[in-house]
Design a protein around this ligand. Structure first.
Ligand SMILES: CC(C)(COP(=O)(O)OP(=O)(O)OC[C@H]1O[C@@H](n2cnc3c(N)ncnc32)[C@H](O)[C@@H]1OP(=O)(O)O)[C@@H](O)C(=O)NCCC(=O)NCCS
Length: 150
């Protein structure tokens, strides 16, 4: 069973499940990091039965961060395993506890789903800042190798 990173949220934003209308703002947020995404894929995630998408929104309900979780039964895990596929916080909102709160909410959801293993895979090398963030939120680096079809 997973344990939670505990921290209260700061004032000025709320975390809520994503709605269809959040697809374009999420795509726009990803574009800020130089990543391209398709609003239809965001909508697909929102309606997918084995995925969760939570957004952090400011007082005007503008999306300032989001996190996605996918989950499925895995034999080796002896139950449900879950993966955090995306976690992004707008640069102007970083170091205010938003990322930690999004993670905390997903961990709570994973507990409700009786998830036995919760993990996140980063693409490319893990830098010190990212490592510090995940460690601060109760995650540790796992021994694993990823093989990807060329
Ligand atoms: C990683 C990311 C989600 C963190 O979000 P955030 O809202 O800035 O993080 P928080 O404010 O909740 O940080 C919680 C704690 O993590 C640690 N931490 C966060 N960012 C850190 C940094 N850049 N350097 C060192 N420690 C950091 C700190 O201990 C922090 O607590 P503190 O501010 O009280 O010291 C955000 O930087 C981001 O969107 N990065 C780009 C996308 C990305 O790399 N996503 C993750 C992989 S998919």
């Amino acid at each position: 069973m997973v344990s939670s990173p505990s921290q209260p949220p700061i004032q000025g934003y709320k975390v809520r499940p994503a709605r269809r209308g959040d697809a374009s703002p999420i795509v726009a947020l990803l574009a800020e990091f130089g990543l391209s995404a398709d609003p239809n894929t965001v909508t697909w995630i929102i309606s997918h039965p084995e995925m969760e998408l939570l957004v952090a929104a400011d007082q005007l309900d503008k999306v300032i961060g989001f996190i996605t979780l996918s989950h499925r039964p895995v034999l080796k895990t002896g139950g449900r395993a879950a993966t955090i596929d995306e976690l992004n916080v707008a640069p102007a909102w970083r170091r205010k506890g938003v990322g930690r709160e999004l993670l905390r909410r997903v961990v709570e959801r994973a507990k409700v789903l009786s998830v036995k293993r919760l993990e996140l895979q980063t693409y490319g090398a893990v830098n010190g800042d990212l490592s510090a963030f995940f460690r601060a939120c109760g995650f540790e680096q796992a021994e694993s190798a990823v093989f990807r079809l060329k």
